[in-house]
Design a protein around this ligand. Sequence first.
Ligand code: NAG
Ligand code: NAG
Ligand code: NAG
Ligand code: NAG
Ligand code: NAG
Length: 479
Amino acid sequence: MAARTQLLVVACCILAALSNVAHGIGVNWGSMMSHPLTPSIVVGMLKDNHIDKVKLFDSDSWTVSALAGTNIDVILGIPNDQLKKLADSYDHAKDWVKENVTKHLYDGGVNIRYVAVGNEPFLKSYNGTNLKTTLPALENIQKALDAAGHGDKIKTTVPNNADVYESPSNKPSDAVFRKDVKDVMLQMVKFLDDNDAPFMVNIYPFLSLYLNADFPFDYAFCDGQGEPITDKGTQYTNVFDANYDTLVWALKKAGAPKMKIIVGEVGWPTDGSKNADVKLAKRFYDGYLKKVAANKGTPLRPGHLDVYLFGLLDEDLKSVEPGMFERHWGIFRYDGQPKFPIDFTGKGQDKMPVAAKGVQYMPSQWCVFKKNTTDMKTVAAQVGYACSNSDCTSLGGSSSCNRLDLQGNISYAFNMYFQMKDQDVESCYFNGLAEIVTRNLSAGSCLFKVQIVSAGGRLGGSALGASLLAGLISLLSLL
Ligand SMILES: *[C@@H]1O[C@H](CO)[C@@H](O)[C@H](O)[C@H]1NC(C)=O
Ligand SMILES: *[C@@H]1O[C@H](CO)[C@@H](O)[C@H](O)[C@H]1NC(C)=O
Ligand SMILES: *[C@@H]1O[C@H](CO)[C@@H](O)[C@H](O)[C@H]1NC(C)=O
Ligand SMILES: *[C@@H]1O[C@H](CO)[C@@H](O)[C@H](O)[C@H]1NC(C)=O
Ligand SMILES: *[C@@H]1O[C@H](CO)[C@@H](O)[C@H](O)[C@H]1NC(C)=O
Protein backbone atom coordinates (compact mmCIF):
# COMPACT_ATOMS: atom_id res chain seq x y z
CA MET A 1 0.00 0.00 0.00
CA ALA A 2 2.71 2.44 1.09
CA ALA A 3 4.81 1.47 -1.90
CA ARG A 4 1.87 2.08 -4.17
CA THR A 5 1.27 5.52 -2.70
CA GLN A 6 4.93 6.31 -3.22
CA LEU A 7 4.71 5.14 -6.78
CA LEU A 8 1.72 7.37 -7.30
CA VAL A 9 3.60 10.31 -5.83
CA VAL A 10 6.52 9.65 -8.15
CA ALA A 11 4.19 9.31 -11.14
CA CYS A 12 2.55 12.60 -10.21
CA CYS A 13 5.89 14.36 -10.00
CA ILE A 14 6.98 13.00 -13.35
CA LEU A 15 3.70 14.12 -14.88
CA ALA A 16 4.04 17.55 -13.31
CA ALA A 17 7.60 17.81 -14.61
CA LEU A 18 6.51 16.70 -18.07
CA SER A 19 3.69 19.19 -18.20
CA ASN A 20 6.16 21.92 -17.26
CA VAL A 21 8.44 20.92 -20.10
CA ALA A 22 5.56 20.67 -22.53
CA HIS A 23 4.49 24.24 -21.87
CA GLY A 24 7.17 26.05 -23.77
CA ILE A 25 6.80 29.08 -25.89
CA GLY A 26 3.53 30.80 -26.78
CA VAL A 27 2.57 32.98 -29.74
CA ASN A 28 0.11 35.78 -30.39
CA TRP A 29 -2.42 35.00 -33.09
CA GLY A 30 -3.74 38.36 -34.28
CA SER A 31 -6.51 38.83 -36.80
CA MET A 32 -6.11 42.34 -38.17
CA MET A 33 -5.71 41.02 -41.69
CA SER A 34 -7.77 41.40 -44.84
CA HIS A 35 -7.34 37.75 -45.79
CA PRO A 36 -7.00 35.58 -42.68
CA LEU A 37 -5.98 31.97 -42.99
CA THR A 38 -8.67 29.47 -42.06
CA PRO A 39 -8.46 28.83 -38.28
CA SER A 40 -7.97 25.07 -38.74
CA ILE A 41 -4.94 25.77 -40.97
CA VAL A 42 -3.42 28.04 -38.33
CA VAL A 43 -4.05 25.47 -35.61
CA GLY A 44 -2.27 22.95 -37.84
CA MET A 45 0.71 25.32 -38.05
CA LEU A 46 0.80 25.63 -34.26
CA LYS A 47 0.77 21.86 -33.85
CA ASP A 48 3.37 21.25 -36.58
CA ASN A 49 5.69 23.72 -34.86
CA HIS A 50 5.02 22.34 -31.35
CA ILE A 51 3.66 25.64 -30.13
CA ASP A 52 1.38 24.85 -27.23
CA LYS A 53 0.24 28.23 -25.99
CA VAL A 54 -1.62 30.87 -27.93
CA LYS A 55 -2.89 34.35 -27.14
CA LEU A 56 -5.83 35.81 -29.05
CA PHE A 57 -7.01 39.42 -29.28
CA ASP A 58 -10.69 38.58 -29.26
CA SER A 59 -12.81 35.51 -28.69
CA ASP A 60 -14.02 34.84 -32.19
CA SER A 61 -16.03 31.67 -31.97
CA TRP A 62 -14.71 30.11 -35.20
CA THR A 63 -11.11 30.64 -34.07
CA VAL A 64 -11.63 29.44 -30.51
CA SER A 65 -13.59 26.38 -31.64
CA ALA A 66 -10.70 25.37 -33.92
CA LEU A 67 -8.53 25.01 -30.80
CA ALA A 68 -10.83 22.40 -29.23
CA GLY A 69 -9.24 19.07 -28.43
CA THR A 70 -5.70 20.29 -29.13
CA ASN A 71 -4.21 20.69 -25.63
CA ILE A 72 -3.06 24.16 -26.68
CA ASP A 73 -3.41 26.62 -23.79
CA VAL A 74 -5.49 29.60 -24.83
CA ILE A 75 -5.66 33.21 -23.69
CA LEU A 76 -8.88 34.81 -24.86
CA GLY A 77 -8.91 38.54 -25.57
CA ILE A 78 -11.39 41.34 -25.04
CA PRO A 79 -10.82 44.34 -27.32
CA ASN A 80 -10.69 47.82 -25.78
CA ASP A 81 -13.91 48.88 -27.47
CA GLN A 82 -15.82 46.37 -25.31
CA LEU A 83 -14.43 47.57 -21.98
CA LYS A 84 -17.07 50.19 -21.30
CA LYS A 85 -19.96 47.83 -21.85
CA LEU A 86 -18.39 45.21 -19.59
CA ALA A 87 -17.54 47.79 -16.95
CA ASP A 88 -21.09 49.15 -16.93
CA SER A 89 -22.93 45.87 -16.71
CA TYR A 90 -22.20 42.74 -14.70
CA ASP A 91 -25.01 41.03 -16.63
CA HIS A 92 -23.14 41.68 -19.82
CA ALA A 93 -19.98 40.21 -18.29
CA LYS A 94 -21.98 37.10 -17.38
CA ASP A 95 -23.23 36.85 -20.97
CA TRP A 96 -19.69 37.31 -22.22
CA VAL A 97 -18.44 34.43 -20.06
CA LYS A 98 -21.35 32.21 -21.04
CA GLU A 99 -20.96 32.82 -24.77
CA ASN A 100 -17.18 33.00 -25.00
CA VAL A 101 -15.91 30.74 -22.20
CA THR A 102 -18.47 28.28 -20.84
CA LYS A 103 -19.51 27.23 -24.35
CA HIS A 104 -15.98 25.94 -25.06
CA LEU A 105 -15.41 24.11 -21.78
CA TYR A 106 -16.93 20.70 -22.54
CA ASP A 107 -14.99 17.44 -22.30
CA GLY A 108 -12.43 17.60 -25.14
CA GLY A 109 -13.09 21.30 -25.51
CA VAL A 110 -10.78 24.30 -25.37
CA ASN A 111 -8.01 24.71 -22.80
CA ILE A 112 -8.83 28.29 -21.82
CA ARG A 113 -6.33 29.53 -19.23
CA TYR A 114 -6.74 33.30 -19.11
CA VAL A 115 -8.97 36.10 -20.25
CA ALA A 116 -6.98 39.17 -21.28
CA VAL A 117 -9.20 42.16 -20.58
CA GLY A 118 -8.40 45.01 -22.99
CA ASN A 119 -5.20 45.38 -24.96
CA GLU A 120 -2.66 47.90 -23.69
CA PRO A 121 -5.61 50.02 -22.48
CA PHE A 122 -3.39 52.56 -20.71
CA LEU A 123 -1.09 53.22 -23.64
CA LYS A 124 0.16 56.77 -23.28
CA SER A 125 -1.10 57.69 -26.75
CA TYR A 126 -4.70 56.77 -25.75
CA ASN A 127 -4.80 59.85 -23.50
CA GLY A 128 -6.56 58.07 -20.64
CA THR A 129 -9.50 56.80 -22.72
CA ASN A 130 -9.77 53.46 -20.87
CA LEU A 131 -8.66 54.68 -17.46
CA LYS A 132 -12.06 54.38 -15.80
CA THR A 133 -13.40 51.27 -17.55
CA THR A 134 -10.55 48.75 -17.50
CA LEU A 135 -10.53 47.82 -13.82
CA PRO A 136 -14.33 47.53 -13.46
CA ALA A 137 -14.42 45.38 -16.63
CA LEU A 138 -11.64 43.20 -15.19
CA GLU A 139 -13.53 42.82 -11.92
CA ASN A 140 -16.81 41.98 -13.64
CA ILE A 141 -15.23 39.34 -15.85
CA GLN A 142 -13.42 37.66 -12.94
CA LYS A 143 -16.60 37.76 -10.87
CA ALA A 144 -18.55 36.20 -13.74
CA LEU A 145 -15.88 33.51 -14.17
CA ASP A 146 -16.05 32.77 -10.43
CA ALA A 147 -19.86 32.64 -10.50
CA ALA A 148 -19.76 30.20 -13.42
CA GLY A 149 -17.36 27.98 -11.46
CA HIS A 150 -14.32 28.59 -13.71
CA GLY A 151 -12.49 30.99 -11.38
CA ASP A 152 -9.93 28.49 -10.08
CA LYS A 153 -8.79 27.44 -13.52
CA ILE A 154 -9.27 30.62 -15.55
CA LYS A 155 -7.84 33.94 -14.40
CA THR A 156 -8.24 37.39 -15.80
CA THR A 157 -5.46 39.84 -16.44
CA VAL A 158 -4.78 43.00 -18.44
CA PRO A 159 -2.07 43.06 -21.13
CA ASN A 160 -0.13 46.22 -20.31
CA ASN A 161 2.32 48.03 -22.48
CA ALA A 162 5.65 48.43 -20.69
CA ASP A 163 4.99 52.18 -20.79
CA VAL A 164 2.81 51.86 -17.64
CA TYR A 165 6.03 51.87 -15.64
CA GLU A 166 9.30 53.70 -16.00
CA SER A 167 12.58 54.39 -14.34
CA PRO A 168 13.87 57.94 -14.40
CA SER A 169 17.47 56.71 -14.09
CA ASN A 170 16.99 53.68 -16.39
CA LYS A 171 17.95 51.49 -13.41
CA PRO A 172 15.33 48.85 -12.56
CA SER A 173 15.43 49.66 -8.85
CA ASP A 174 14.17 53.19 -9.53
CA ALA A 175 10.94 51.78 -10.97
CA VAL A 176 7.71 53.73 -10.63
CA PHE A 177 4.33 53.37 -12.27
CA ARG A 178 3.70 56.18 -14.73
CA LYS A 179 2.23 59.15 -12.91
CA ASP A 180 -1.10 59.39 -14.76
CA VAL A 181 -1.88 55.67 -14.29
CA LYS A 182 -0.29 55.10 -10.89
CA ASP A 183 -3.52 54.95 -8.89
CA VAL A 184 -5.30 52.58 -11.21
CA MET A 185 -2.18 50.40 -11.54
CA LEU A 186 -1.91 50.03 -7.77
CA GLN A 187 -5.58 49.04 -7.55
CA MET A 188 -5.15 46.61 -10.42
CA VAL A 189 -2.09 45.00 -8.86
CA LYS A 190 -4.02 44.55 -5.61
CA PHE A 191 -6.97 43.00 -7.44
CA LEU A 192 -4.74 40.62 -9.43
CA ASP A 193 -2.87 39.67 -6.26
CA ASP A 194 -6.09 38.96 -4.34
CA ASN A 195 -7.22 36.71 -7.18
CA ASP A 196 -3.94 34.89 -7.69
CA ALA A 197 -3.88 36.30 -11.20
CA PRO A 198 -0.75 37.24 -13.15
CA PHE A 199 0.51 40.62 -14.33
CA MET A 200 0.84 40.72 -18.12
CA VAL A 201 3.32 42.98 -19.86
CA ASN A 202 4.42 43.56 -23.46
CA ILE A 203 8.13 44.29 -23.78
CA TYR A 204 9.67 45.48 -27.05
CA PRO A 205 13.45 45.83 -27.33
CA PHE A 206 12.86 46.79 -30.99
CA LEU A 207 10.89 49.84 -29.90
CA SER A 208 13.64 50.89 -27.51
CA LEU A 209 15.90 51.02 -30.54
CA TYR A 210 13.27 52.57 -32.82
CA LEU A 211 12.31 55.36 -30.43
CA ASN A 212 15.80 56.36 -29.39
CA ALA A 213 18.54 57.05 -31.92
CA ASP A 214 21.19 56.87 -29.17
CA PHE A 215 20.07 53.50 -27.84
CA PRO A 216 23.04 51.09 -27.58
CA PHE A 217 22.37 48.70 -30.48
CA ASP A 218 23.62 45.42 -29.02
CA TYR A 219 21.74 46.01 -25.76
CA ALA A 220 18.49 45.33 -27.70
CA PHE A 221 19.53 41.70 -28.23
CA CYS A 222 19.90 38.86 -25.74
CA ASP A 223 23.13 37.36 -27.05
CA GLY A 224 25.35 38.85 -24.40
CA GLN A 225 27.02 41.47 -26.61
CA GLY A 226 25.45 44.47 -24.89
CA GLU A 227 27.55 46.79 -22.75
CA PRO A 228 26.40 45.86 -19.21
CA ILE A 229 24.52 48.24 -16.92
CA THR A 230 24.89 47.76 -13.18
CA ASP A 231 22.07 48.30 -10.70
CA LYS A 232 22.70 47.63 -6.99
CA GLY A 233 25.37 45.08 -7.86
CA THR A 234 23.24 43.34 -10.50
CA GLN A 235 24.50 43.36 -14.09
CA TYR A 236 22.17 43.73 -17.04
CA THR A 237 23.41 42.87 -20.52
CA ASN A 238 20.15 43.39 -22.40
CA VAL A 239 17.16 45.71 -22.28
CA PHE A 240 14.62 42.89 -21.96
CA ASP A 241 16.02 41.78 -18.60
CA ALA A 242 16.33 45.37 -17.39
CA ASN A 243 12.78 46.19 -18.44
CA TYR A 244 11.32 43.02 -16.89
CA ASP A 245 13.14 43.65 -13.64
CA THR A 246 11.90 47.24 -13.63
CA LEU A 247 8.43 45.71 -13.47
CA VAL A 248 9.56 43.31 -10.73
CA TRP A 249 10.69 46.35 -8.72
CA ALA A 250 7.45 48.22 -9.41
CA LEU A 251 5.41 45.22 -8.24
CA LYS A 252 7.57 44.84 -5.16
CA LYS A 253 7.02 48.49 -4.26
CA ALA A 254 3.27 47.95 -4.84
CA GLY A 255 3.28 45.15 -2.25
CA ALA A 256 3.20 42.22 -4.68
CA PRO A 257 6.81 40.99 -4.75
CA LYS A 258 5.90 37.46 -5.83
CA MET A 259 3.24 38.20 -8.43
CA LYS A 260 3.49 35.93 -11.47
CA ILE A 261 4.47 37.82 -14.63
CA ILE A 262 3.48 36.80 -18.15
CA VAL A 263 5.21 38.42 -21.11
CA GLY A 264 2.16 38.96 -23.32
CA GLU A 265 4.13 40.13 -26.34
CA VAL A 266 7.77 40.17 -27.35
CA GLY A 267 9.22 40.00 -30.84
CA TRP A 268 10.89 41.75 -33.75
CA PRO A 269 9.39 43.03 -37.05
CA THR A 270 10.91 42.19 -40.43
CA ASP A 271 10.02 45.16 -42.64
CA GLY A 272 8.83 48.76 -42.71
CA SER A 273 11.66 50.48 -40.83
CA LYS A 274 15.36 50.67 -40.29
CA ASN A 275 16.40 47.68 -38.13
CA ALA A 276 13.23 45.84 -39.09
CA ASP A 277 14.52 43.02 -41.26
CA VAL A 278 14.77 39.25 -41.22
CA LYS A 279 18.44 39.25 -40.28
CA LEU A 280 17.92 41.23 -37.07
CA ALA A 281 14.65 39.43 -36.30
CA LYS A 282 16.59 36.15 -36.49
CA ARG A 283 19.31 37.54 -34.25
CA PHE A 284 16.75 38.69 -31.70
CA TYR A 285 14.76 35.44 -31.63
CA ASP A 286 17.89 33.26 -31.58
CA GLY A 287 19.19 34.97 -28.47
CA TYR A 288 15.82 35.32 -26.83
CA LEU A 289 14.60 31.75 -27.38
CA LYS A 290 17.89 30.30 -26.18
CA LYS A 291 17.56 32.38 -23.05
CA VAL A 292 13.98 31.19 -22.46
CA ALA A 293 14.92 27.55 -23.09
CA ALA A 294 17.80 27.76 -20.61
CA ASN A 295 15.31 28.74 -17.89
CA LYS A 296 17.69 31.47 -16.82
CA GLY A 297 14.97 34.06 -16.37
CA THR A 298 16.14 37.53 -15.35
CA PRO A 299 18.51 38.55 -12.55
CA LEU A 300 15.61 39.22 -10.14
CA ARG A 301 13.41 36.37 -11.33
CA PRO A 302 15.62 33.44 -12.24
CA GLY A 303 13.81 30.43 -13.72
CA HIS A 304 11.06 29.89 -16.23
CA LEU A 305 9.79 32.82 -18.30
CA ASP A 306 6.17 32.62 -19.45
CA VAL A 307 6.29 34.19 -22.91
CA TYR A 308 4.08 34.86 -25.94
CA LEU A 309 5.91 35.88 -29.10
CA PHE A 310 4.49 38.64 -31.27
CA GLY A 311 3.40 37.50 -33.60
CA LEU A 312 2.49 34.50 -35.62
CA LEU A 313 1.41 36.15 -38.91
CA ASP A 314 1.71 39.51 -40.68
CA GLU A 315 -1.42 41.65 -40.33
CA ASP A 316 -2.07 44.00 -43.25
CA LEU A 317 -4.84 45.96 -41.53
CA LYS A 318 -2.93 47.02 -38.41
CA SER A 319 -2.73 50.76 -37.85
CA VAL A 320 0.57 52.18 -39.06
CA GLU A 321 0.33 55.11 -36.65
CA PRO A 322 3.21 53.74 -34.51
CA GLY A 323 5.25 53.01 -37.67
CA MET A 324 5.13 51.09 -40.93
CA PHE A 325 6.75 48.07 -39.23
CA GLU A 326 3.39 47.41 -37.51
CA ARG A 327 2.20 45.23 -40.38
CA HIS A 328 5.35 43.11 -40.38
CA TRP A 329 5.61 41.49 -36.94
CA GLY A 330 4.83 38.02 -38.26
CA ILE A 331 7.29 35.17 -37.82
CA PHE A 332 5.31 33.89 -40.79
CA ARG A 333 4.10 35.84 -43.81
CA TYR A 334 0.41 36.60 -44.51
CA ASP A 335 0.10 33.19 -46.16
CA GLY A 336 1.76 31.15 -43.40
CA GLN A 337 5.13 30.85 -45.17
CA PRO A 338 8.08 31.23 -42.78
CA LYS A 339 10.37 34.24 -43.23
CA PHE A 340 13.53 33.07 -41.49
CA PRO A 341 14.92 30.08 -39.57
CA ILE A 342 13.68 29.99 -36.00
CA ASP A 343 13.81 27.24 -33.39
CA PHE A 344 10.91 27.55 -30.96
CA THR A 345 12.54 25.00 -28.65
CA GLY A 346 15.53 27.31 -28.16
CA LYS A 347 18.02 24.63 -29.16
CA GLY A 348 19.35 26.98 -31.81
CA GLN A 349 18.77 24.71 -34.80
CA ASP A 350 19.08 26.69 -38.01
CA LYS A 351 15.89 25.39 -39.58
CA MET A 352 12.88 26.99 -41.22
CA PRO A 353 9.74 26.41 -39.15
CA VAL A 354 6.92 24.37 -40.72
CA ALA A 355 4.79 26.40 -43.16
CA ALA A 356 0.99 26.44 -43.17
CA LYS A 357 -0.46 23.49 -45.02
CA GLY A 358 -3.41 23.48 -47.38
CA VAL A 359 -3.33 27.21 -48.18
CA GLN A 360 -5.21 28.05 -51.36
CA TYR A 361 -3.86 30.90 -53.49
CA MET A 362 -5.60 33.00 -56.07
CA PRO A 363 -4.32 32.60 -59.68
CA SER A 364 -0.66 33.50 -60.33
CA GLN A 365 -1.34 36.91 -61.81
CA TRP A 366 -0.43 40.47 -60.95
CA CYS A 367 -1.69 43.95 -61.75
CA VAL A 368 1.06 46.22 -63.12
CA PHE A 369 1.62 49.64 -64.60
CA LYS A 370 1.45 49.78 -68.42
CA LYS A 371 4.89 50.99 -69.30
CA ASN A 372 3.86 53.09 -72.31
CA THR A 373 1.82 55.63 -70.31
CA THR A 374 3.02 59.21 -70.26
CA ASP A 375 0.27 60.85 -68.21
CA MET A 376 2.18 60.95 -64.92
CA LYS A 377 -0.18 63.32 -63.08
CA THR A 378 -2.98 60.78 -63.22
CA VAL A 379 -0.54 58.08 -62.17
CA ALA A 380 0.25 59.88 -58.91
CA ALA A 381 -3.42 60.13 -57.97
CA GLN A 382 -4.01 56.48 -58.81
CA VAL A 383 -1.03 55.33 -56.76
CA GLY A 384 -2.32 57.37 -53.82
CA TYR A 385 -5.69 55.71 -54.15
CA ALA A 386 -4.21 52.21 -54.46
CA CYS A 387 -2.02 52.66 -51.39
CA SER A 388 -4.71 54.22 -49.18
CA ASN A 389 -6.88 51.20 -49.80
CA SER A 390 -4.28 48.48 -49.48
CA ASP A 391 -0.83 48.15 -47.91
CA CYS A 392 2.25 49.85 -49.37
CA THR A 393 4.35 49.65 -46.19
CA SER A 394 7.04 47.63 -47.98
CA LEU A 395 7.81 50.59 -50.29
CA GLY A 396 9.31 52.93 -47.70
CA GLY A 397 12.90 54.09 -47.49
CA SER A 398 14.29 51.18 -45.42
CA SER A 399 11.78 48.58 -46.53
CA SER A 400 12.09 45.41 -48.57
CA CYS A 401 10.92 47.02 -51.86
CA ASN A 402 12.91 50.25 -51.54
CA ARG A 403 15.06 49.43 -54.56
CA LEU A 404 12.23 49.37 -57.07
CA ASP A 405 12.45 51.92 -59.85
CA LEU A 406 9.59 54.33 -60.42
CA GLN A 407 7.72 51.90 -62.69
CA GLY A 408 8.20 49.19 -60.10
CA ASN A 409 6.82 51.41 -57.36
CA ILE A 410 3.70 52.12 -59.33
CA SER A 411 3.21 48.47 -60.23
CA TYR A 412 3.70 47.46 -56.59
CA ALA A 413 0.95 49.84 -55.47
CA PHE A 414 -1.43 48.74 -58.23
CA ASN A 415 -0.85 45.08 -57.43
CA MET A 416 -1.42 45.49 -53.70
CA TYR A 417 -4.81 47.02 -54.44
CA PHE A 418 -5.65 44.32 -56.99
CA GLN A 419 -4.77 41.54 -54.52
CA MET A 420 -6.64 43.31 -51.70
CA LYS A 421 -9.70 43.25 -53.96
CA ASP A 422 -9.38 39.51 -54.56
CA GLN A 423 -8.00 40.07 -58.08
CA ASP A 424 -11.24 41.57 -59.25
CA VAL A 425 -10.63 42.53 -62.92
CA GLU A 426 -12.21 45.94 -62.40
CA SER A 427 -9.76 46.72 -59.61
CA CYS A 428 -6.91 46.62 -62.16
CA TYR A 429 -8.11 49.48 -64.30
CA PHE A 430 -6.66 52.67 -62.80
CA ASN A 431 -7.93 54.85 -65.61
CA GLY A 432 -6.48 52.53 -68.19
CA LEU A 433 -2.97 52.75 -66.72
CA ALA A 434 -2.84 49.14 -65.53
CA GLU A 435 -2.91 45.66 -66.90
CA ILE A 436 -3.00 42.10 -65.57
CA VAL A 437 0.11 40.03 -66.31
CA THR A 438 1.30 36.53 -65.45
CA ARG A 439 4.95 37.50 -65.02
CA ASN A 440 6.13 37.50 -61.38
CA LEU A 441 7.87 40.81 -60.68
CA SER A 442 9.18 39.73 -57.26
CA ALA A 443 12.92 40.24 -56.93
CA GLY A 444 15.27 39.74 -54.02
CA SER A 445 13.47 40.46 -50.77
CA CYS A 446 10.69 42.39 -52.53
CA LEU A 447 7.62 40.21 -52.88
CA PHE A 448 4.87 41.03 -55.36
CA LYS A 449 2.26 39.08 -53.55
CA VAL A 450 -0.52 36.87 -54.79
CA GLN A 451 -3.31 36.88 -52.24
CA ILE A 452 -4.75 33.76 -50.67
CA VAL A 453 -8.32 32.58 -50.95
CA SER A 454 -9.79 33.48 -47.59
CA ALA A 455 -13.18 32.74 -46.14
CA GLY A 456 -13.11 35.23 -43.29
CA GLY A 457 -11.67 38.67 -43.10
CA ARG A 458 -12.44 42.24 -42.37
CA LEU A 459 -13.03 44.76 -45.11
CA GLY A 460 -9.82 46.10 -46.53
CA GLY A 461 -8.67 49.67 -46.58
CA SER A 462 -6.97 51.53 -43.79
CA ALA A 463 -5.52 54.90 -43.07
CA LEU A 464 -2.10 55.85 -44.31
CA GLY A 465 0.50 56.61 -41.70
CA ALA A 466 2.15 60.01 -41.65
CA SER A 467 5.52 58.61 -42.72
CA LEU A 468 4.02 56.64 -45.58
CA LEU A 469 2.21 59.72 -46.74
CA ALA A 470 5.53 61.57 -46.72
CA GLY A 471 7.04 58.77 -48.82
CA LEU A 472 4.21 59.02 -51.30
CA ILE A 473 4.49 62.76 -51.51
CA SER A 474 8.16 62.39 -52.33
CA LEU A 475 7.18 59.88 -55.01
CA LEU A 476 4.59 62.29 -56.40
CA SER A 477 7.13 65.07 -56.53
CA LEU A 478 9.24 62.93 -58.85
CA LEU A 479 6.43 62.71 -61.34
C1 NAG B 1 -17.98 37.12 -27.36
O1 NAG B 1 -16.80 37.47 -28.06
C2 NAG B 1 -17.01 37.95 -29.37
C3 NAG B 1 -15.67 38.07 -30.07
O2 NAG B 1 -14.74 38.80 -29.35
C4 NAG B 1 -17.79 39.25 -29.28
O3 NAG B 1 -18.04 39.76 -30.57
C5 NAG B 1 -19.10 39.01 -28.55
O4 NAG B 1 -19.77 40.23 -28.37
C6 NAG B 1 -18.86 38.35 -27.20
N1 NAG B 1 -20.14 37.98 -26.58
C7 NAG B 1 -20.75 38.75 -25.69
C8 NAG B 1 -22.05 38.22 -25.15
O5 NAG B 1 -20.31 39.79 -25.31
C1 NAG C 1 -4.37 62.02 -27.85
O1 NAG C 1 -3.99 63.38 -27.84
C2 NAG C 1 -3.18 63.77 -28.96
C3 NAG C 1 -2.71 65.19 -28.75
O2 NAG C 1 -3.69 65.98 -28.16
C4 NAG C 1 -4.01 63.59 -30.23
O3 NAG C 1 -3.23 63.93 -31.35
C5 NAG C 1 -4.45 62.13 -30.34
O4 NAG C 1 -5.28 61.97 -31.47
C6 NAG C 1 -5.19 61.69 -29.09
N1 NAG C 1 -5.42 60.26 -29.18
C7 NAG C 1 -6.56 59.67 -28.80
C8 NAG C 1 -6.64 58.20 -28.96
O5 NAG C 1 -7.49 60.30 -28.33
C1 NAG D 1 0.37 50.67 -74.93
O1 NAG D 1 0.42 49.29 -74.62
C2 NAG D 1 -0.81 48.61 -74.85
C3 NAG D 1 -0.59 47.17 -74.45
O2 NAG D 1 -0.02 47.07 -73.20
C4 NAG D 1 -1.24 48.74 -76.30
O3 NAG D 1 -2.51 48.14 -76.46
C5 NAG D 1 -1.31 50.19 -76.70
O4 NAG D 1 -1.56 50.29 -78.07
C6 NAG D 1 0.01 50.90 -76.37
N1 NAG D 1 -0.12 52.30 -76.63
C7 NAG D 1 0.85 53.02 -77.20
C8 NAG D 1 0.58 54.46 -77.38
O5 NAG D 1 1.92 52.51 -77.51
C1 NAG E 1 9.33 54.47 -54.57
O1 NAG E 1 8.43 54.83 -53.52
C2 NAG E 1 9.05 55.11 -52.27
C3 NAG E 1 8.00 55.32 -51.21
O2 NAG E 1 6.74 55.56 -51.69
C4 NAG E 1 9.97 56.28 -52.42
O3 NAG E 1 10.64 56.52 -51.19
C5 NAG E 1 10.99 56.01 -53.49
O4 NAG E 1 11.78 57.14 -53.72
C6 NAG E 1 10.30 55.62 -54.81
N1 NAG E 1 11.30 55.24 -55.77
C7 NAG E 1 11.39 55.82 -56.97
C8 NAG E 1 12.49 55.38 -57.84
O5 NAG E 1 10.59 56.67 -57.32
C1 NAG F 1 7.08 35.04 -57.15
O1 NAG F 1 8.46 34.98 -56.91
C2 NAG F 1 8.88 34.91 -55.54
C3 NAG F 1 10.37 34.85 -55.46
O2 NAG F 1 11.01 35.84 -56.18
C4 NAG F 1 8.29 33.67 -54.90
O3 NAG F 1 8.60 33.67 -53.51
C5 NAG F 1 6.78 33.65 -55.08
O4 NAG F 1 6.28 32.43 -54.57
C6 NAG F 1 6.42 33.79 -56.56
N1 NAG F 1 4.97 33.84 -56.66
C7 NAG F 1 4.28 33.01 -57.40
C8 NAG F 1 2.79 33.11 -57.33
O5 NAG F 1 4.80 32.19 -58.11
